[in-house]
Design a protein around this ligand. Structure first.
Ligand code: AMP
Ligand code: ZN
Ligand code: FE
Ligand code: FE
Length: 289
């Protein structure tokens, strides 16, 4: 049995490995394929693909879009992105601007709370163009205000933290439509990490399916066995494909390893093969040029 990992982050967003280093680790871990799915950027893809070609491991071009819906924030993965992304690139740039605005306002709040930290600290903590709360956390650690990222999220940056502010996102339907129009596979990420009011996840999935959602991320490091079974049922009921990945972030999420998550995750190569078969049936290229 060969394994794959269809959800990973590099330092183009809030992971800590360079794209080439991540692909090298995926190859060393014996994975047959890895998807690079950075938050709101595709800047890491070219380097990852080059590394994949050199090592002989399949690299899938992806991204993870932050979106909003009436129940809060939802993440949509785009898999098998084509090379030309005009409409998507424009929206990604918009999303990164919203991130920068929100990061700036959160840093202001931290300063109002008496913490000496600046946006240049945050930018120094970020490796790429998509900057977010983990980089603010790293800046707080570097300045000695907190002992680690967990404390930064608990005290300041998490949804109940003293400096938390929501970020403006595109609507979930828009993200799905954008990806579907490009011929990418739109996949609802970690469907059970949000606390959807009971019964509303079905409505949400139905709405997304109507605009082109193709798959659910059934296997994920932070899904319990019960979550996984629930997602499998959802995928079956809505005739959606199945994806899975670790959501690897390197040192930014210690404990999560490529391909195995916290140790118990395994995504078989057949998961990728089934997604490719679904694309063939839909008349979409298997691996886009
Ligand atoms: P942002 O996109 O800027 O809102 O940041 C969200 C990212 O922060 C997520 O993708 C996670 O990687 C990370 N994150 C969210 N909550 C926590 C937490 N409680 N502890 C550590 N990292 C977190
Ligand atoms: Zn992240
Ligand atoms: Fe996510
Ligand atoms: Fe992720």
């Amino acid at each position: 049995m060969l394994w794959v990992d269809l959800h990973t982050h590099t330092n183009a967003s809030d992971g800590t490995d360079t794209p080439a280093a991540l692909v090298k680790k995926a190859h060393a871990a014996g994975l047959a394929a890895v998807a690079i799915t950075d938050h709101d950027t595709v800047a890491g893809l070219a380097e990852a693909e080059d590394a994949g070609r050199a090592l002989g491991i399949t690299v899938i071009r992806g991204c993870e879009l932050s979106t909003s819906f009436d129940g809060g924030e939802a993440h949509i993965l785009g898999l098998f992105l084509p090379k030309t992304l005009t409409a998507l690139e424009e929206r990604l740039a918009w999303a990164r601007c919203r991130r920068d605005e929100r990061n700036g306002r959160m840093v202001e709040r931290l300063r109002d709370l008496g913490l000496d930290v600046s946006m240049s600290d945050v930018r120094a903590a970020a490796g790429g163009e998509s900057v977010g709360r983990p980089h603010i956390a790293a800046a707080l650690v570097a300045r000695g205000h907190v002992k680690d990222s967990r404390e930064a999220f608990r005290e300041y940056l998490g949804a109940r933290g003293k400096a938390y502010l929501p970020k403006e996102n595109m609507a979930a339907e828009e993200a799905v439509r954008l990806l579907a129009d490009l011929g990418a596979t739109a996949c609802l990420a970690h469907p059970l990490l949000r606390n959807y009011p009971l019964g509303t996840i079905d409505d949400f999935v139905a709405r997304l399916k109507a605009v082109g959602l193709a798959a659910l991320e059934v296997y994920h490091s932070e899904h319990s066995d019960a979550d996984t079974r629930l997602c499998l049922g959802l995928a079956r009921r809505f005739d959606l494909g199945i994806s899975g990945g670790s959501d690897y972030h390197g040192a930014a999420k210690p404990g999560i390893r490529l391909g195995v998550g916290y140790g118990g995750l395994r995504v078989g190569q057949y998961v990728l093969e089934d997604l490719l078969a679904q694309r063939r049936l839909a008349g979409l290229p298997e691996i886009l040029p």
